[in-house]
Design a binder for this molecule. Structure first.
Ligand SMILES: [Zn+2]
Length: 321
């Protein structure tokens, strides 16, 4: 789990704001309709409610989640996916039908914003696993991304958050489609780390469990453990949901190389390399550390390359860096 910086989306926010407010746009009447819908659901009179929801931060999203659950309860609707709810009710109310429309409206934005979000955030890996890379590219002049956009709070359960920018998390197919699905992260007992706010940096750490004396030459000589620090519940649920400890066992070859590097790059050897190439090949010690470990080792840079968190933690444990 890596942290992404919400302030990097400031340009997208401005773009989106123009998009909503453009009176000539065919979308303008649509947003007005959604605004009226949300006013009814949340019992609030506010011309800019739709904007509030689209640009909602974590706390604001959670407040509206509570209000939405309250709306369903008071109107005797089950808290289930909006599609299922509309099918289940013999004659779904207009509000439910419009919520279903809002749930599907996300597709209008897929092409327009997904590429932009990954590009502006300037990340190269899935926010949840830091295993898979996510990239942007062009195909026939069309801007595309390899990332899937996960709705942190599932749009099926919270259709009003389907186009909220800070509910969109660039992720890989395994994390988004195969593992997370529609898990109700809005439930306190199921909530996980929210990447626009937090990360594994001080909450979880990869560790080496040496099992056999041949650990430095064979992958079956050790196991990888993802240790949760200070009994952090959200970190533990994040680790379990994305099967991180299990999936990372597939990267033991990288760890084996780090164990071997520990023997090769002792302190005097690395000092010598640095002395010889400082100012030419390396700007600073961190450049040399990256060359040795093949990963970014500063917390702020972990998003730049897959597996960097694993490489950083194990390199520190082994004293390679
Ligand atoms: Zn992933």
């Amino acid at each position: 789990m890596i942290r992404i910086d919400p302030t990097k989306l400031v340009n997208i926010q401005a773009d989106f704001q123009n998009f909503i407010k453009n009176k000539d746009s065919k979308y303008n009447s649509k947003f007005q309709k959604f605004n009226t819908l949300l006013e009814k659901v949340f019992n609030e009179e506010d011309n800019s409610l739709i904007e509030k929801i689209i640009f909602a931060d974590h706390t604001t999203m959670e407040n509206y989640i509570k209000k939405y659950k309250n709306y369903l309860r008071t109107n005797n609707h089950d808290f289930i996916s909006i599609e299922t709810l509309c099918k289940k009710e013999n004659e779904p109310t207009n509000i439910l039908k419009e919520l279903l429309e809002l749930y599907n409206y996300y597709k209008t934005f897929l092409d327009r914003w997904n590429y932009q979000i990954v590009k502006e955030l300037n990340i190269n890996t899935c926010c949840y696993c830091n295993r898979e890379s996510v990239l942007v590219f062009n195909k026939d002049k069309k801007e595309m991304t390899t990332a899937e956009m996960d709705h942190f709070y599932p749009r099926s359960l919270y259709p009003f958050l389907s186009i909220s920018i800070f509910n969109l998390i660039p992720s890989c197919k395994t994390c988004n489609s195969k593992l997370k699905g529609d898990l109700d992260t809005g439930d306190m007992n199921k909530s996980i780390i929210y990447p626009y706010e937090d990360s594994f940096n001080d909450k979880a750490k990869f560790k080496l469990n040496i099992e056999k004396s041949n650990f430095y030459e064979k992958e079956n000589g050790f196991n990888l453990q993802l240790e949760i620090l200070n009994n952090n519940k959200k970190a533990k649920r994040t680790k379990d949901l994305f099967k991180l400890e299990e999936l990372y066992q597939n990267h033991k070859d990288i760890v084996l190389e780090l164990i071997q590097k520990e023997y090769i790059y002792n302190d005097s050897y690395t000092d010598e390399i640095f002395k010889n190439y400082e100012g030419t090949l390396f700007k600073n010690k961190e450049d040399l550390q990256r060359l040795i470990t093949c990963g970014y080792v500063e917390d702020k840079d972990l998003h730049k390359r897959p597996l960097s968190k694993l490489i950083k933690d194990i390199s520190k444990e082994l004293d390679v860096i």
